[in-house]
Design a protein around this ligand. Structure first.
Ligand code: AMP
Ligand code: GLY
Length: 433
């Protein structure tokens, strides 16, 4: 890429605010367009929002051709699974992410499970079902707890941990009979419940080679202490101290390398961010809970706060096949992000509430960055427009300090019906004490 390149980021959440913010800091970039972006991204220097939906591949292609965009970076899974990379490859524009075929690693849990079984990648034992009767028959004789997952995309909400047959039956009915997740629930995966510590392992992959990024931990459940329904993620921090060098090597050897090599063998080489959601057992054995074909949200927000290298150069290295030897650099501090959400999320919630305190908080805390997710501008004011609204992210010398500063900033921001977890980072703090 030349000096004054144009980049287009696809998506409009907190992850895309963080990615576009980091890309705009690149010395190679003149303008970052975000489709559709949010009021957070549009308030940044060098960033311009454009009113095209992340899934409108035709309009995005139109825009990219007219504006002579040099590089496209895709945030969310839907356009990847729908084949955005294939479309842009056809018209000769570099688009960072996996092809539709390779994105099945996230797009179909049944595909991912079959793939892991074939390549002996450690994961929970499972069965898949495409009719509710045989699923229930199997569940009748299962030992609980068990985990029931919709096969397709469900924004992190299509997973149910069930403690008995009655709960299992209810979940099967919700997914397969009431079609709670539409066609994503035509097939379900029923799997063994795994215990341990969760970690997000995110890497950049160039088709063959892998560069692991900084480790992180998300908090999937809605309630403190990991109770209640699953969400897209309620807060994250990086690094995750329980993923030490030895465990990292094991994850690379047993999970990441066999996955990337297996995808080559399948004839669908993987390029893009590759995210393995892991459960680490007491014996330090990692198993895959799921693959995502993209960066995590909210993991992106703390990880981008810590990335010192130029993100455009990293992505270029993935196109050049040189990612493995990239001298990536990180801020040694811990970054911790707290999601501020609309109460009711991940189920029904109201929106349109004015958000107070944003500018003052930004100014008062230089080590804090507030990334927007579900926000909108109405009558010149920033209001809530989604379930996950903001990710207040702070850098600190350790996780305790990062947590302290992040929550101080969280308390300065308010709207009617705000909800957030109060224990983001506590597992790491406990471990380090
Ligand atoms: P997934 O979208 O498959 O990662 O599932 C979402 C969340 O559900 C995970 O982050 C875990 O917290 C939980 N989960 C999924 N699968 C399992 C499992 N086999 N055992 C225990 N918890 C699970
Ligand atoms: N934070 C979990 C995800 O992005 O899927």
């Amino acid at each position: 890429m030349g000096k004054s390149s144009k980049v287009l980021v696809v998506g409009g959440g907190g992850r895309e605010h963080a990615l576009s913010w980091k890309l705009a800091q690149s010395k190679h970039v003149d303008t970052v367009y975000v489709a559709p972006g949010n009021p957070g991204s549009s308030s940044e220097a060098k960033i311009v929002n454009i009113e095209i939906k992340a899934t409108d591949i035709e309009q995005l292609a139109h825009f990219a051709q007219n504006e002579s965009i040099d590089l496209i970076v895709v945030g969310p899974e839907d356009p990847l699974v729908a084949g955005i990379v294939d479309e842009f490859t056809k018209i000769g524009i570099k688009c960072f992410g996996p092809t539709a075929e390779a994105a099945q690693l996230e797009g179909s849990k049944a595909f991912a499970k079959r793939f892991m079984q074939k390549y002996r990648i450690p994961t929970a034992t499972y069965q898949s079902f495409s009719d509710p009767h045989s699923a229930k028959k199997f569940l009748k004789n299962s030992v609980y707890p068990m985990v029931i997952k919709a096969d397709g995309l469900a924004a992190g909400k299509g997973v149910f941990i069930v403690n008995n047959f009655a709960m299992a039956e209810k979940s099967v009915d919700a997914i397969m009979t009431d079609h709670k997740f539409g066609s994503a629930g035509a097939t379900i995966v029923v799997e063994e419940f795994l215990e341990g510590e969760e970690a997000s392992f995110i890497a950049m992959v160039d088709g063959v080679n892998i560069l692991p990024l900084a480790t992180s931990q998300d908090h999937k459940a809605i309630g403190d202490g990991d109770v209640g329904l699953n969400t897209g993620g309620m807060g994250a921090y990086s690094p995750a101290p329980f993923v030490d060098d030895e465990l990292q090597k094991k994850i690379m050897d047993e999970i990441m390398l066999p996955t990337v090599h297996g995808m080559v063998d399948e004839g669908m080489p993987y390029r893009g961010f590759l995210y393995a959601g892991l459960m680490i057992s007491d014996q330090n054995e990692p198993k895959v809970l799921e693959f995502n074909c993209r960066f995590g949200d909210p993991e992106t927000q703390p990880i981008m706060m810590r990335l010192s290298s130029d993100l455009v150069e990293l992505i270029q290295a993935c196109f050049n096949g040189t990612i493995e030897s990239f001298p990536i650099e990180w801020d040694d501090r811990t970054a911790l992000g707290v999601i501020m959400a609309s109460s009711g999320y991940p189920e029904k919630y109201a929106t349109g509430f004015e958000i107070h305190g944003l500018d003052a908080t930004d100014l008062a805390y230089p080590e804090v960055k507030i990334f927007h997710s579900g926000t909108a501008i109405r009558n010149g004011k920033i209001v809530t427009s989604g379930g996950r609204v903001l990710c207040v992210t702070a850098l600190g010398r350790d996780v305790k300090q990062a947590k302290k500063v992040a929550y101080e900033a969280v308390k300065k921001v308010a709207w009617d019906g705000v909800y957030y977890r109060r224990d983001i980072g506590d597992k790491a703090i406990k471990l380090l004490n």
